[in-house]
Design a protein around this ligand. Sequence first.
Ligand SMILES: Nc1ncnc2c1ncn2[C@@H]1O[C@H](COP(=O)(O)OP(=O)(O)OP(=O)(O)O)[C@@H](O)[C@H]1O
Ligand SMILES: [Mg+2]
Length: 316
Amino acid sequence: MKIVTLTLNPALDKSTSVERMIPEQKLRSAAMQIDAGGGGINVSKGIAKLGGHSTAVFPVGGHNGGLLRSLVEDAGIATATVEIKGETRENISVLETTSNLQYRFTLPGAPIGLADAQACLNQVRTLQPDILVASGSLPPGLPETYFEEVAEFAKQINAKFILDTSGKPLQHAADEGVFLLKPNLGELSALSGVPELALNRVDDAALEIINAGKCEVVVVSLGPQGALLVTRDGFEHIPAPTVKKVSTVGAGDSMVAGMVWALSTGKSYLEMVQTGVACGSAATMNTGTKLFDRERVDELLEWIRTFSSKYRLTDF
Ligand SMILES: Nc1ncnc2c1ncn2[C@@H]1O[C@H](COP(=O)(O)OP(=O)(O)OP(=O)(O)O)[C@@H](O)[C@H]1O
Ligand SMILES: [Mg+2]
């Protein structure tokens, strides 16, 4: 199955560290680490780590854009990019090692207009994916309804659309209808139109979303509690193993990567979510932008499978 990821708001993530943040002084810093960032690009990186293939579609601008594209390609990922005017944005994070505090600077990037976003969709059309994944926020300049158009477009090209975003853009896309949603508790509450969801209401809330035609599968991610898989046929809770948490940055994208990869290799929904939870939990064992190590995923998956086969209630 052909996988395409769509990242409308990509960035260069630059990180360094200093012993102490002191104003007015030259601060001796570690060598700058530069990574390609943005939801869909992270998902593509995760899929590559699992040995799968995907093509990443994203806009690129200026020198930053060129560097972004080569970083993605160096990770063994095929790219289909759209040239935009101006520079691709960059984020800078500085870790103060004495306090372990992170200072994060988000720099403005070139705006991405509707025509650029449309050109990205044209790239997707040319690639004819079986699975289309969009993750991350929308850049300023695009309307909140943008993912609704992507959802409609995915139906036209017969692709399974997996969307991991939040707020109004998520609601609009859900109203159009997608294949799979992976909300966390906050996102699920917002989708259900309530300020906060009790844990024992999560299954009903997810089922209501399915019954309203918003998607076929809901995977509610529950952080250290793992995830809840909900389809028309039933529910299953997939627990997350207890791990030594270093940073939860990238857990959501790693989870989506694991799920997409499993789905593309013909796995059941249960195995899909088990793989997703394993990747998400493995990601929390690594620092910031590193996502996960493949060996960790295999170990955690083994734990999750054993646990599930002992205690599972429903057949998927
Ligand atoms: N503290 C943790 N311990 C173990 N696993 C975790 C932990 N936090 C997250 N995970 C794993 O990562 C998956 C996704 O995490 P989470 O539910 O926090 O997603 P999210 O809120 O969408 O994250 P993101 O901020 O990356 O978008 C979980 O289902 C779980 O497998
Ligand atoms: Mg998330």
